[in-house]
Design a binder for this molecule. Sequence first.
Ligand code: XMP
Length: 515
Amino acid sequence: MQNTTEESILILDFGSQYTQLITRKVRELGVYSEIKPFNIPLQEIKNMAPSGIILSGGPESVYAESAPHPDSAIFDLGIPVLGICYGLQLTAHYHGGKIEDAARREYGLAEFIVDDSGDLFKNVPTRSNVWMSHGDALTQTPDGFEAIGHTANSPFAAIANRSKQIFCVQFHPEVTHSVAGKQILGNFVHDVCTCNGSWTPTSVVEKTLADISQRVGSAKAICALSGGVDSAVAAAMAYRAIGDQLTCIYVDNGLMRKNETKQVSQTFTQHFGDNFVAVDASQQFLENLAGVTNPEEKRKIIGRTFIEVFEAEAEKIVDVDYLIQGTLYPDVIESVSAHGPSATIKTHHNVGGLPDVMNLKLIEPLRELFKDEVRRVGKELDMADAILGRHPFPGPGLAVRVLGEITRDRLDLLRDVDAIFMDSLHEYGEYENIWQAFAVLLPVKSVGVMGDFRTYDNVVALRAVTSLDGMTADWARIPNDLLALISNRIINEVRGVNRVVYDISSKPPSTIEWE
Ligand code: XMP
């Protein structure tokens, strides 16, 4: 485990949609935590020597044939265990408790009543709302366990075996709807597992830097810089570790936003000097994309062209052995690992395929971190807020925001619209409140009237969402007056646009991008 304080919480994943959330909450409590599939070998757990183990929830019933079962010896390692939802049922099952299909299933908010406010429920209100999501329920406490809390429908909503340091809750403390959830998780990691809680994302920096310089030695490394947060922080870390042995390559694919290439080049030349290389490949990308309207086809062409351009550029640098890539933790873990014997690792979709094609060894300095943690690391490395606070931008860039055919003119038009939208969000202090915002050029024309003339021109859509991680999102409630101002500016200032619409769909069922 990448853990400089030697404290860690191991989270075994049984397939809950909230497993990642448990990890994040534990890290927020200052304790490094990582997710592993439920069935990792016992020896691996022993080698990790975690301070505590959390068993996640999961969709199965413990009696189902396909139910995920860990090595039951995890309960005898002398390591404190917290079972959540399915984790409670599993623990009870192994210790002789009785689990039945609940007569009254509980989904959503329930009032939880603390029956024993020792350890796990220290400083937790006697009555508080918790988030429940279960069909099966415990109807008889297992041997050696006692009930420490209940709800109207679950007489054993929390149980404990203090001599074995095993605690279980039927509800989800990791979900914000469980109002005392943070206190409960804190009691588990700080009091039961006796972690002091001094971990911060930046505590991985030193160790990672040492790892990179040791691995790379005197060899050379390259990095694809997109201008986004992840690749920028990954490159900054690598540069600290190996200095001039690193070359950063930025490919201008012609699908970037207004002035973006200029800004990125200025910023990174300041940081990396001659070791920053910007390549203008816009002509090549646009030629390859000519006449293509299918979004997936666009993505494939862009991916292929990127590899060609990057490879050609990298060949100019001799003796490169390593590729630095800004892969994040959510890309690495597979939250549904409960249904596979091992976690499959997704490749980073922006630069997927590069290490194989180029026969390079991969270094991923951020593979243990979540996005917000990456931003904190970037701050620690003195990186500018203008880079760290940027909204996410997809690898295929404006190609998936110019719906239909991509031409330089249509891209330029969208760039002008997008720039007005972004400038206005910055100017009125809304940019930071929004997870991602952008404009989309629609493949339709609409009728308008300007002065005394009838117009038949382009329609643009504005999209702005709030989100935690892009997995789900809600449309941002930008003040109406600001929307009015933005719409006026776009129609007045961008020739060729006579209508602006605001996207009010959430994800799911829509997605954030339009293509
Ligand atoms: P969706 O549209 O799937 O987007 O709700 C979720 C997040 O992913 C980004 N996105 C992409 N990023 N390559 C990328 O690097 C892609 O092909 C791609 N498609 C969507 C999107 O901008 C949002 O942040």
